[in-house]
Design a protein. Structure first.
Length: 210
């Protein structure tokens, strides 16, 4: 398994090059993006984040105190904007109450303890929590998403119905425990999933992993 995972990474990196993911100007922006990207494309998330930036509202306290209807208007491009407004507010309550809206304070928490805290926040699932840990806080946690599951199952490395934690453990046990590596590997899988290993009409004949 260790050799197979390493070979996949090497092929993808050689084909696509470094991905530079997650695109954001701050750790807090990454967190907001991770919450908004649920059930939508990144292009739509960028539009919503741009709305917040234009209003100079990309600030924990300001967003927490903002009227829900107004915030929902900013988040409209991301879809499910009323639901995402509530989810973002739930995270902001947690962030401001537990860590005073301070990224450094939150980052100082032990990874597994923080992960458990995040998963207790309404609307924050495993993928979102791990995206926050890896991309915003630089914690060595591998993010498992639909692309990861699809690619690995099509290559016979996991079962389609395998639990999130089981898939995550494959990477944890067989790769170097590295933020940089986990970041790049996950980003490369996302790129492959979007461009080649699609849910429908996959481009198997020209796939870099062929």
């Amino acid at each position: 398994m260790k050799k197979r995972l390493a070979a996949i990474y090497d092929k993808l990196y050689a084909h696509f090059g470094p991905q530079g993911w997650w695109p954001a100007s701050s750790a807090f922006e990454v967190i907001v993006g991770a919450i908004l990207t649920q059930n939508t494309s990144w292009v739509n998330v960028e539009k919503a984040v741009a709305n917040l930036k234009k209003d100079k509202a990309l600030n924990p306290r300001r967003l927490l105190n903002m009227n829900n209807k107004r915030l929902a208007g900013f988040l409209r491009p991301a879809g499910y904007y009323n639901i995402k407004t509530k989810r973002l507010k739930e995270f902001l309550k947690f962030f401001c109450q537990e860590y005073r809206g301070n990224i450094a304070r939150m980052s100082a928490k032990k990874t597994q303890d923080l992960r458990l805290q995040l998963l207790k926040v309404h609307g924050v699932g495993q993928e979102t929590a791990d995206s926050i840990l890896l991309y915003a806080l630089n914690k060595p946690v591998f993010v498992v998403d639909a692309y990861t599951r699809r690619i690995l199952s099509r290559h016979g490395l996991v079962r389609p119905d395998m639990e999130y934690a089981e898939i995550q453990n494959l990477f944890r046990k067989n790769l170097k425990n590295s933020v940089k590596l986990f970041n790049e590997y996950h980003a490369l899988l996302v790129k492959l999933g979007k461009d080649y290993c699609r849910k429908n009409n996959p481009k198997c004949q020209v796939c870099p992993l062929k």
